[in-house]
Write a protein that binds this ligand. Sequence first.
Ligand code: F6P
Length: 341
Amino acid sequence: MSKKIGILTGGGDCPGLNAVIRAVVKGGIKKGWKLLGFRYGWKGLIAGEFMELDDQTVSGIVHRGGTILGTSRTNPYKNPGDAEKVKNTIKKEGIDVIAAIGGEDTLGAAAKLSKEGIRIVGAPKTIDNDLSCTDFTFGFDTAVNIAMECIDRLHTTAESHNRVMVVEIMGRHAGWITTYAGLAGGADVVLIPEQPISLNHVCEVIQRRHEKGKLFSIVAVAEGAKFEGKDMVLEGKLDQFGHVRLGGLGQLLGEMIEKKTGYETRVTVLGHIQRGGSPTAFDRVLGTRFGIGMIKLIEEGKFGCMVSLQGNEIVPARLEEASGKLKLVPQEFIELCEYFE
Ligand code: F6P
């Protein structure tokens, strides 16, 4: 039976989004379905702003970063009446199923709409890899590879100048990118939100290296990490969706290390470089599998579910469960990093 599918991408952009969109569109066309792309996440459904998606629109985008649909952090449950507007657009445009591609916030809204009777399927997106019920989200591998390459580059300059290099990496609540990039790049200290930072310990590691003749060190720190007994370091501003903006931890930590050890310390904040540009082969393939996986969920009537990667299988997971709890870095990885201090 012919169907009309509405696709949206919400939250922070992420390499691999276009691979998912392309797969849903190409897969849907094969089934004889009609595909609409809503602009800027839930905002497009609230405002009724969309574009028709066909073979042409999604041709040549698998390698492109960002999202051809645009994205925003709009949540239809934030402002009264917006969820109703979403439902009205779905009704007015005769949409059978919404395919929501997003992280915790976007999929959390999808879970609520699903409970209220809207047919929705999802795909887990975030460079942070902190969504539950999936081994990996797409975008994470690309961000890790970018951060790893930056650590490699910092390594050679750190060594040439006998400097401590602090590199601040994205990761608000979970330190997945910092952990993987730190391990792959050979960082000497890895600091993540899951484990409070002890300045004494960090400085001891650096001093021990100096005593052994290693006159440089790399400290990889996730932006959301906290000092023992302290809160996250904030920029003091909110974004337009009311989310607190993190910022300044790397700088603060760098100054503290320099003061305590006396070693020259420089700070690099990777920021949005980690989210931009083309996806790795892994993320292109995972995104493609997720997109076709969503087509299968729709065919099988598995609404209220997202596609997930478990082992090497694409399997359904309940949206409510996936968006209800963050997936944090387990102790095993924290201990793994400590072996290399
Ligand atoms: O959720 C992904 C993420 O990149 C986080 O790691 C980071 O804290 C946040 O988005 C940054 O958001 P924005 O793009 O709104 O500055």
